[in-house]
Design a protein around this ligand. Structure first.
Ligand code: ZN
Length: 65
């Protein structure tokens, strides 16, 4: 099991935790593919959702230079 969230037994991903979320977006602000993140399906979805929420609230910019 490679998924870091599974290792932590995390069920939910806090969208306010931008430090963590930033690890899962590319330099262009896109969500990294699961192949790159090493997350399980469950957490990949959770991360994607958290990133979208964070973007919506302006915590993460949709396009970062
Ligand atoms: Zn997981």
């Amino acid at each position: 099991m490679n998924c870091p969230f599974c290792k932590q037994n995390a069920r939910e991903i806090n969208f306010k935790d931008t430090g963590t979320l930033k690890r899962y977006i590319t330099g262009l602000g896109k969500i990294r593919a699961r192949k790159r993140t090493g997350l399980c399906r469950y957490h990949q979805r959770k991360v994607a959702k958290a990133i979208k929420q964070a973007r919506h609230l302006g915590l993460l910019s949709a396009t970062e230079k």
